[in-house]
Design a protein around this ligand. Sequence first.
Ligand code: SF4
Length: 660
Amino acid sequence: MAVRQSADIIAELKGKYCKSLNHYKRFTTREVTIGDIPMGAHHPIRIQSMTTTDTMNTIATVEQTIRMVESGCDYVRITAPSMNEANNLQAIKDELRKRGYNVPLVADIHFTPNAAEAAARIVEKVRVNPGNYVDKKKFEQIEYTTYEYEAELERIRKKFEPLVKICKEYGTAMRIGTNHGSLSDRIMSWYGDTPLGMVESAMEFIRMCESMNYYNLVVSMKSSNAQVMVQAYRMLVEAMQLEGMNYPLHLGVTEAGDGEDGRIKSAVGIGTLLEDGLGDTIRVSLTEDPEFEAPVAKALADRYINRKSDYKEDEKYYIPSLHNPYEHNRRKTNDLQLLGDHHVPVVVADLSNIQLNEPLQLSQIGYAYSALLDKYNLTDLAADIAYVGDQIPQYNFPGNLKLLINYKTWLNNQSLENTIPYVQYAELADAKIDANNFVFININTDDASKIDYQLINKFSKAVIILETNKDHAMANIRAFFFELLDANITLPVIIKRHYKNLSLDQLQLYAATDFGALLVDGFGDGIWMSADKEISLRVINSISFGILQASRTRISKTEYISCPSCGRTLFDLQETTQMIRSRTDHLKGIKIGIMGCIVNGPGEMADADYGYVGTGPGKITLYRGKEVVRKNVNTENAVDELIELIREDGNWIEKELIEN
Ligand code: SF4
């Protein structure tokens, strides 16, 4: 097939990338054979991760692989950057089999065809990155003519064909794994640094495989930016369908980081696609030991095991003309000074279950109180609205924290400043509220069809608080947003969810999925999350801001794009990430990439503002964006040099100035 320009491809895309946007139905892909554990089709969502040991250290790699299998991995990936490592996969495999572990192994290949060809004869699957397998990336913007582009593609085909032949002969599967940060110069010159570029990058390789009648393929579209990652996977599915393909999807967010941030970011990206019914295998990339990744991936996947499908086979696929699932466009809403329109999504803190009797309580939602000065200090995680139910607080609240009070209680306390009445929709018709007053109106999606928007529109500052009782909540709420779009109703909407009987880990992952998926789709002017009493307000508040940050709709903290580490890593990533975090976590909005090696790090840290990249034992290279600014700095000085660089750019703030 001749290569095509972006506009031609985009014109063909209609936004049809899953079975239904309103009902749960897993998208059926073709079955792919990977050792004894097939993937795709009706098989469960498979879990996998990647070793961090030196591949030449057979015993360490075998023992880590076993720990990963015990923690839930169905497949284990091992890096094979050169022939030595590729050949050593045989020793690793033999030792694993000797110890009774038949786990399918995946060789991670980047640049070297000979390593890929050796590995494909040994392991059950190879992963190639079309951005750097034979193709090149030098961060140069080169203009390719059609002739040059096709000639380059032909050159790649010749180098790629031997690998495909070996995979066919040995029954080895292949993942075509595109990374947002490592698109080739050729792809960038025609399609840009875009989800479409990612999709085409993979499609070119898939077409080459199909032309050789090789179909044992899995595809991934990873990025450290959850929005980009979601758009690319969705677009890939439609692009594949247009060419009669249905390869299984390997889902992942690259360089997600560690701890709460890493889990939330992974869930926003992976969870959004799982809600759409997409995804056949998951790898969560955390800057933690790999055995901690599988339980997170498993928790994400397990949520769908018993999810009932209310999808009907004759259901027509519906997507509003105003909604584009391949771009982030926030739904247009009224500007209410506090929220809606261009304002960042607000966070509502639910204080209705605690007795409001002392100002220190508000430190949990971002208002640090000084008794000495009788003053609140706002942190970057200061909630915008506090729901207090029927309580009237026994102390003064900060001026910029609005109080949301149940309507009847509000009615009896109208002299209180800075309050908003919270009305159930059924109360609205008789409510005694001035038309210019802020009013938050609770609507359950079950009642959506009964809503009289003329009644709501009588209030110039009305905001919908949207809840649902449905299991497939994200899609149910999205369907409500579609109705608002179609009816041109521009009332701001705050999404409300209460979670019961969840562990902290589950809460992080499920809330990030439910809220994050809607925010990524451009829906929601705020979030209101609550949970059982055992989970503190501080935790809920932190998760709320984390979800907004991960969906890139409200930036309130420093972002760390740290690689999960692998056999190539040149320093202790966990320790270094913690050290950098401890000194820079007050730099709101700055993105810092922390990458274990120079081979893939610069490409994979994508849109980081600064990069800290391992170049050799004890040596670090520092980047400003994609530009090298300090080469081979000794590790002992590297964090100081990074801070100096941030300072030179005028982006440094002394921590003490913020804390005092
Ligand atoms: S950036 Fe380098 S060290 Fe980090 S995971 Fe990727 S290949 Fe491994």
